[in-house]
Ligand binder design. Structure first.
Ligand SMILES: Cc1cc2nc3c(=O)[nH]c(=O)nc-3n(C[C@H](O)[C@H](O)[C@H](O)COP(=O)(O)OP(=O)(O)OC[C@H]3O[C@@H](n4cnc5c(N)ncnc54)[C@H](O)[C@@H]3O)c2cc1C
Length: 421
């Protein structure tokens, strides 16, 4: 859907900032000459987030990658630092990230804040938007004389998942967790729902410390090079990152649910090893990526099953759609409960059918955050957050030059003739 809408759109200029001063100078020049600016980190943002709809300049921030300080379980980092380098450095000091996307190798701290929301670690810590998971972000405005603004606590919601439309993020302050020697574990199940029941139980057990709990259907597993060899044909896989202390309880729980452990290895070594793939690179959006390598015609859904009896809805959707939507579930904490997020593979046929699939899910109580729309409003953002972001944009980007077109309902005050709110 987005390929048709976005193919061929590109910037006319790339600016590689090497310092904060470079960013300020670039934004002041953009104001003067009316040039659109699309900030860019690792470029892994989905649904066209980093595609410059109106041309102009792409502002590459990956050289602003210094770790500024780390103390008492928090770290302050420049926006362009990759999450993998950040975690490696923190691990040497006994700390690790709370939440990171499966695209950790390329994704930057600033890109994750502005484009992402959850991932590995969310089964314990929730999403990036949960209070306490993002301490602060410093932005610079796009004005004649750009200003620095420090957003702390709830105010970070003004840039969170705003696709760089409400300021260029220069620095990010994140909370850390104590480093754990995680184990990558894969458990094979003959029956998908049995495996999903195991996952929901394991994810909710306070004594088993998990960093990742995912469940993927056998059809998807068959495209997982490096992992599929461990499962028999037709077996679905539960994929987990577990603290060593939880291994005994986890294997007992797996056996009680009819599961068979087919992989158990060190997560850090798998991430570092040449040719090895850490288990998280089969989870979250990487499951889709792995399958795309085999079948470029597939796409995916991003959905949230109801809190009450989610697996009953999962079963109902599987019966309704069969192989048109191979199932992939991620388990994560939301508010005070464990939730089940569907990142189903979709065997794409037409846009009309895709829209119908989304409608049927919503009619059945499964919320869909549409990953086939490129604006903030048409994606998954809560309305209150995008209303606040729109008001803030009048202050920080009055000409509407930051990633234009992504905040669908923003009209610069000088074009409406009305003063900014
Ligand atoms: C295979 C794959 C797996 C993924 N897994 C996950 C996952 O598990 N969880 C998840 O949440 N997301 C996931 N994503 C989406 C994406 O990786 C994350 O959103 C990621 O954090 C984006 O980081 P990035 O540095 O690549 O950002 P980019 O793609 O460079 O940018 C993302 C958005 O933020 C803006 N932006 C970037 N840097 C700045 C800045 N410094 N200031 C202002 N705006 C900025 C860009 O303009 C763009 O709109 C995945 C994507 C892929 C392709």
């Amino acid at each position: 859907v987005l390929k048709r809408q976005l193919d061929g759109l590109s910037a006319e200029l790339v600016v590689c900032a090497r310092s904060r001063a470079d960013v300020v100078r670039t934004l002041a020049a953009a104001w003067r000459f009316g040039v659109p600016i699309t900030a860019r980190g690792g470029g892994t943002g989905t649904h066209g987030q980093a595609v410059p709809l109106a041309g102009g300049a792409v502002l590459d921030l990956t050289r602003l990658d210094r770790i500024l300080w780390a103390r008492e379980g928090s770290v302050r980092v420049e926006a362009g630092a990759t999450l993998i380098n950040l975690e490696r450095t923190m691990r040497e000091r006994g700390w690790e990230l709370r939440v990171f996307p499966s695209a950790k190798r390329q994704a930057t701290a600033g890109g994750f804040v502005c484009g992402g929301n959850a991932g590995i670690g969310s089964v314990h810590w929730g999403t990036l938007g949960d209070p306490g998971n993002l301490i602060a972000a410093e932005i610079v405005t796009l004005e004649a004389v750009p200003r620095f603004i420090e957003l702390r606590g709830a105010a970070t919601g003004l840039v969170s998942q705003a696709f760089g439309t409400t300021g260029v993020v220069l620095e990010v302050e994140l909370p850390l967790a104590g480093a754990v020697s995680w184990r990558d574990v894969a458990i094979a199940f003959d029956d998908f729902i049995q495996g999903a029941t195991f996952c929901l139980t394991a994810a909710g057990m306070p004594g088993i410390d998990c960093r990742l709990v995912s469940m993927v259907e056998s059809t998807i597993v068959s495209s997982f090079k490096g992992l599929r060899e461990r499962a028999a044909t037709g077996e679905s896989l539960a994929m987990l990152m577990v603290a060593p202390s939880g291994l005994v309880a986890l294997s007992e729980l797996a056996a009680a649910h009819g599961g068979r452990i087919v992989l158990e290895t060190g997560s850090v070594a798998a991430e570092a090893g040449a040719g090895a793939t850490p288990i998280y690179e089969y989870s979250w959006n990487h499951a889709t990526l792995q399958m795309l390598k085999h079948d470029p015609s597939i796409t995916y859904l991003d959905s949230l099953f109801p809190q009450d009896d989610p697996l009953e809805r999962v079963s109902a959707m599987r019966q309704m759609f069969g192989d048109e939507l191979p199932m992939h579930l991620e388990f994560l904490r939301m508010g005070d409960g464990m939730r089940c997020r569907g990142m189903q593979i979709v065997r794409f046929t037409t846009e009309a059918r895709l829209a119908e699939i989304i409608r049927i899910h919503e009619e059945n109580g499964v919320l869909v955050a549409n990953p086939h729309a490129y604006t903030i409003e048409d994606g998954d953002g809560p309305k209150q957050r995008s209303d606040n972001q729109r008001r803030f944009k009048h202050e920080v980007d009055p000409l509407g030059l930051l990633n234009p077109g992504k905040m669908r309902d923003y009209v610069p005050a000088h074009l409406t003739g009305t003063a900014a709110e």
